[in-house]
Design a protein around this ligand. Structure first.
Ligand code: CA
Length: 573
């Protein structure tokens, strides 16, 4: 009798434990189709699902199940990827909001609205890209540079931690990453001379474990003690310039359990005027691989040394297998696609994924360095007659990049990357600038312009081994939403014109599209619930493009704002 009771108690305890998100579940996220626990649909960020019910034959029947409005008078850009766990969707929205929704009915279960102070300084709209799940918590970053952990069932605040001073330009827009039982986050604020870094916290309490600056010269810390300076002070930055060096880690990171490394991209160095910081300016515009256990940099690969074009190297580093080796693919803002050994950081392949790159002819595979075109670097204002404006150059890609925040997808089935690209350029020139806390730290002026009449955006399929483009689907407006691919041989992506699109992963033939009512600038997801495959995507036009549009404005100024999440499935036959 006693034994039976004990067994019952143990079952109850196990049931309680299994209701919570564990490290093992996060490690298995990409394979487990019943949930979506992390940004990237698995910490490697492949955004691939093995589900096949929705496929090239059935997708034509895909139909909406529900749509839920984020409401409010304030809408703006909705760049969030929803998470799914135990029949609940957790989705963030503009202005640092987070909703829990019943996945089958679309009924709102609870809402958290972060109280934002006056004077926040997000550079590129009031967006949020998603949350992280851990234990009984849903954790996300806010525009006033805080981390907030909420109870998944009630939406009540469990802990709250300040990342840094929003008045100095810090903010937080990326989804946090859980790896090896730690909550890994970066910072936003690269246009304000912040210092980029990666931080690891205890996800249950928010307590800091380690911090790793990604600008050379700054000290890292672990368990409250000094843990070594990043790089060598002044090796690649002159004078005091490293102290306001930027390199914001604003798009978050990916993690591969096989290498034990977390991969964070770093933004542009500050200021944009490259002449005041001669040198490579490590570790700006780079991929930085951090050993999660030690909080130290294992390797780095810099895509744009001494960046002069705002080529943030933040783009997601997606690990995959090629020729029996673990590689990482990265479609950089500078217009080149890089294939890098995920263990050593050695460059394996690099090729342009957009046309007309002006700043570099190619990437030298042996040295890993770009073959610069020196005359296409904007001129030094100090060399001009009145010292006020350097010579202007035309540069492509423009500063919004061959690719920006919208994450690509990789299919292990087709062995192709599906990359949301944009082809545009800019006139850019440098001006004198000095650092002022909370002030824009650019020292540059620019006008962005399209390169072609018929498109800016293009969804492109690339073979990472050959660098060959298999197919493309052009889009009039710039693409700003992420990509999903499935074993049903489908690729899903959204357009600013409001469509969620589905194409054949093998040849790019568009098989289905649905008008969501506002622009889609977020990545779609898929999962299985009670034996049925679902697709969800957030809709709501905004982000950097309408704020910085230049001559691109005429392609987007008719688009309407919104804020909702759509969910689709096949009708029951
Ligand atoms: Ca930037």
């Amino acid at each position: 009798m006693k034994l039976k009771l004990l067994a019952l108690l143990m079952t109850a305890a196990a049931a309680h434990v299994s209701a919570q998100v564990t490290d093992a579940m996060i490690a298995n996220d990409a394979a487990d189709e019943s949930s979506v626990l992390s940004w990237g649909m698995g910490t490697q960020g492949q955004r691939f699902s093995s589900l096949t019910a929705i496929n090239t034959k059935t997708v034509k029947n895909l139909a909406p199940v529900w749509s839920m409005s984020f409401g409010g008078e304030k809408q703006r850009g909705q760049e969030s990827q929803p998470l799914i766990y135990k029949g609940k969707m957790f989705v963030t929205a503009s202005y640092s909001r987070l909703f829990a929704v019943d996945v089958k009915t679309g009924e709102k279960l609870w809402k958290y609205e972060h109280r934002l102070p006056e004077g926040i300084m997000p550079c590129c709209d009031v967006v949020n890209r998603g949350a992280a799940l851990y234990d009984n918590l849903v954790i996300f970053g806010t525009l006033d540079a805080q981390l907030v952990a909420l109870d998944q069932n009630t939406g009540k605040v469990v802990w709250k931690e300040k990342i840094d001073d929003y008045a100095a330009g810090y903010s937080q827009t990326a989804a946090p990453l859980i790896a090896e039982g730690l909550l890994l986050t970066g910072v936003s604020g690269g246009e304000f001379g912040v210092v980029g870094r990666v931080e690891a916290r205890d996800p249950k309490t928010g307590k800091m474990v380690w911090t790793r600056p990604v600008v050379e010269g700054h000290m890292g810390y672990k368990d409250g003690k000094e843990n070594g300076i990043s790089g060598t002070t002044n090796a690649t930055w002159p004078g005091e310039t490293w102290k306001t060096g930027g390199a914001a880690t604003w798009l978050g990171g990916t993690y591969d359990a096989k290498t034990g490394l977390a991969y964070f991209g770093t933004g542009n160095p500050g200021p944009w005027n490259s002449h005041v910081r001669k040198g490579d300016n490590l570790f700006s515009a780079s991929t930085v691989a951090i050993d999660v256990k030690s909080g130290k940099i294992a390797w780095h690969y810099q895509t744009t040394p001494n960046d002069a074009w705002d080529f943030d190297g933040v783009n997601e580093f997606v690990t995959f297998d090629m020729d029996g080796k673990r590689m990482g693919g990265k479609a950089d803002r500078n217009g080149f696609f890089y294939v890098i050994d995920a263990t050593s950081g050695k460059l394996q392949n690099a090729f342009p994924f957009v046309n007309g790159n002006t700043w570099a002819k190619s990437i030298d595979i042996a040295t890993g360095r770009p073959n610069f075109v020196p005359e296409n670097r904007p001129g030094d204002p100090a060399a001009s007659a009145d010292g006020k404006k350097g010579s202007s150059v035309f540069a492509a890609p423009g500063f919004l990049g061959g690719k920006n925040q919208m994450p690509m997808a990789y299919s292990p089935k087709t062995k192709m990357f599906y990359v949301p690209t944009n082809e545009w350029g800019m006139d850019i020139w440098n001006e004198p600038i000095s650092y002022k806390k909370g002030g824009a730290y650019l020292g540059a002026g620019f006008t962005i312009k399209p390169l072609y009449d018929d498109h800016i955006g293009s969804l492109r399929a690339y073979d990472p081994k050959t660098g060959k483009m298999a197919w493309e689907v052009k889009n009039n407006a710039p693409l700003w939403g992420g990509v999903l691919t499935t074993a049903g041989d489908l690729v899903f992506w959204g357009t600013p014109e409001g469509y969620l699109m589905a194409a054949d992963a093998k040849n790019g033939k568009v098989l289905w599209k649905f008008q969501t009512g506002s622009g889609v600038v977020a990545p779609p997801i898929t999962w299985q619930q009670d034996g049925e495959q679902y697709i969800s995507v957030v809709s709501g036009w905004g982000g950097a493009v309408p704020l910085w549009g230049g001559e691109v404005a005429k392609k987007v100024n008719f688009l309407e704002q919104g804020g909702s999440v759509w969910t689709f499935k096949l009708p029951k036959s």
